[in-house]
Ligand binder design. Structure first.
Ligand code: ZN
Length: 324
């Protein structure tokens, strides 16, 4: 007996945007919709917008509401995935919001909630750079430095859903202060924010004329593209700084290799998309230098393949697995 096609929706509740994508069973995207969400939205306003964006994505895909089998939501910050509660999202102002049950009641479909970096790593596992691997570490340097773990073919969440905070692995005792309050975390050494902070200092003192020309000493203007250009142009102070960040990332990777014995490390995010293979190669060579030989010899390092879609694909895939 022929079974009808199942459809899944992945929703990425980002810091500034809300993206919904409708997928078929093979995770091919059939339709999508995107909306800006302003700061300090309250719980109800975000829920309302989410229902609207999902509706628009379904229209775009030509799929009816009743045809969806499950919806996965990925959201930044800590989530209580067992109860489907967003604990807090600093940028959006959501707090203790039982979004899973509320959306599920509104749309009459099973909903699953997951942290966005976990969802992104899972998306690469089911449909991107991680296909065919079962032991994967995902690292995404950006505003922060997100991490995700696939161990033995499953997303590893730890005792309370908080596992994978690889960005807060301390790699320099008494090092630079991190946003989490500790010192010397990988995030404080190798995120885009860390690089941009150092570039502001260089730019202000006249050591990085190319950066100064593009962005002055304005932190917000030092985007991945500015970092990339100055690095590729070989501005010596910038080369030193970006190479050092790559090396720190590689040392973080080496620690992950020694602890988790992965076969694959996936590196992604906007900064890595810009800096590309030369940056990844530098991080990889530091990893190979610092990890245990017998463990690192089997490790592959790959760039993420799905871009922003990794998060929505992962959210949809997790929702599919949890629907029953
Ligand atoms: Zn930290």
């Amino acid at each position: 007996m022929g079974k009808k096609q199942d459809y899944f929706v992945g929703v990425d509740l980002g810091g500034t945007k809300l993206l919904a994508v409708v997928f078929d069973e093979a995770y091919a995207p059939l339709g999508r919709a995107k909306e800006k969400v302003g700061k300090s939205r309250d719980n109800e306003a975000v829920l309302e917008k989410m229902v609207e964006v999902i509706g628009d994505a379904l229209d775009d895909a030509g799929v009816k509401r009743g045809e969806i089998s499950a919806i996965g939501i990925a959201c930044p910050g800590p989530v209580d995935f067992e109860n489907g509660v967003v604990l807090e999202t600093p940028n959006l102002g959501l707090e203790n919001f039982p979004i899973r049950d509320r959306l599920s009641a509104d749309l009459d479909v099973p909903v699953f909630l997951e942290n966005d970096v976990n969802a992104g790593t899972y998306g690469e596992y089911v449909s991107g750079a991680g296909r065919g691997f079962r032991h994967i570490v995902g690292l995404f340097p950006g505003t922060g430095l997100g991490g995700g773990l696939i161990l033995d073919g499953r997303l590893f969440r730890g005792a309370t859903g908080g596992a994978g905070e690889i960005g807060h692995m301390i790699i320099q005792v008494d090092g630079r202060r991190c946003g989490c309050g500790q010192y010397g975390c990988l995030e404080a050494m190798a995120s885009r924010t860390a690089i941009a902070k150092d570039l502001v200092a260089l730019s202000t003192t006249g050591s990085a004329p190319a950066v100064y020309k593009k962005a002055g000493s304005d932190f917000a203007a030092i985007k991945s593209s500015v970092i990339d250009k100055a690095w590729r142009d070989g501005e010596p102070a910038v080369v030193d700084l970006v190479d050092r960040a790559a090396r720190h990332l590689g040392i973080g990777m080496a620690n992950c290799v020694n602890v988790f014995n992965p076969e694959l490390i996936i590196i992604g995010g906007g900064l890595v998309e810009k800096l590309g293979a030369p940056y990844i190669e530098k991080a990889e060579s530091a990893m190979r230098e610092h990890a245990m030989g017998r463990l690192v010899s089997i490790v592959h390092v790959k760039q993420a393949e799905l871009g922003d879609d990794s998060t929505v694909i992962g959210a949809a895939a997790l929702a599919r697995e949890h629907q029953s």
